[in-house]
Design a protein. Structure first.
Length: 263
């Protein structure tokens, strides 16, 4: 027993040590690993995620990718080392390596979806208020006022826009907003508004049209969610019932049949 437990304990200690080394590795080493073991497209995708989340100054995508490479490799190596002594422990470390490799991108994708959902939720209100305030003043002042009425990601984007309006002209600041937000309807709104300003068209009519479309899309989205809920409520109990049958009822009947065959 001791001869089996001792190698397993040594392997666990070695694996934990490797993971600590990966976590505490020098930043330059981590960056080099991130550049070496990732493609340029992956680094650019991470950089875009961080830029749109407003974290590009705080987090270097190469550091994230470097830690992902080192930590996942350390966990996989620990799993390979543990394989001869303990198969469950080896599977545990190999699974941890896979999770460490997948987690960073999945986390950034999840944050990006949450960000877009926040924009989608507040966008109809922004367009409506923009239409109202643009009638009372000009579009420049309306953009400043509207940011106090919205919340979440859209408020953060409009706060950045307000800061940029102190430095850049309105067309350039709005173009930066469209690129930074990465939300199709907002980019379309900015493009149409800028075209209306340049051609002298009625901006209020453009905003009114966008407000109607935005609310229609939001209502349709809510309706789709409401329609999906009954389906989920019907599928989940069915799956749970089937699982109970497979786990408990069928084995019990199989045991009874086997006993009857014996007699």
């Amino acid at each position: 027993m001791i001869s089996t437990v001792l190698p397993v304990c040594i392997l666990v200690a070695a694996a934990v040590f490797l993971l600590i080394v990966a976590w505490k590795a020098p930043p330059d080493l981590v960056r080099r690993a991130g550049r070496r073991f990732s493609s340029a497209a992956t680094r650019e995708r991470y950089r875009l995620y961080l830029w749109r989340l407003g974290r590009e100054q705080e987090v270097d995508p190469e550091v994230i990718l470097g830690f992902r490479a080192i930590a996942s490799a350390a966990a996989v190596l620990a799993g390979v080392m543990a394989w001869p002594a303990s198969l469950p422990l080896a599977v545990l470390f190999l699974g941890a390596g896979a999770l460490l490799y997948i987690f960073p991108e999945k986390y950034l994708e999840r944050k990006e979806k949450q960000r877009l959902q926040s924009l989608r939720r507040e966008f109809p209100l922004m367009v409506t208020l923009l239409k109202v305030f643009a009638r009372a003043s000009d579009l420049y002042q309306a953009m400043r006022v509207v940011r106090g009425a919205v919340r979440g990601e859209l408020k953060r984007q409009l706060d950045i826009l307000a800061a940029e309006l102190e430095v850049f002209p309105l067309p350039e600041a709005l173009d930066n907003l469209a690129k930074r937000a990465g939300y199709g309807p907002l980019a379309s709104l900015i493009g149409v508004v800028m075209m209306a300003i340049q051609t002298g068209a009625n901006v209020e009519e453009v905003l009114d049209t966008f407000a109607r479309h935005a609310y229609e899309e939001r209502v349709n989205e809510i309706r789709r969610k409401i329609k999906v809920q009954p389906i989920l409520m019907a599928v989940i109990p069915a799956v749970m019932s089937l699982s109970l049958l497979l786990l408990f009822v069928f084995p019990m009947y199989a045991s009874i049949i086997d006993r009857l065959r014996v007699y």
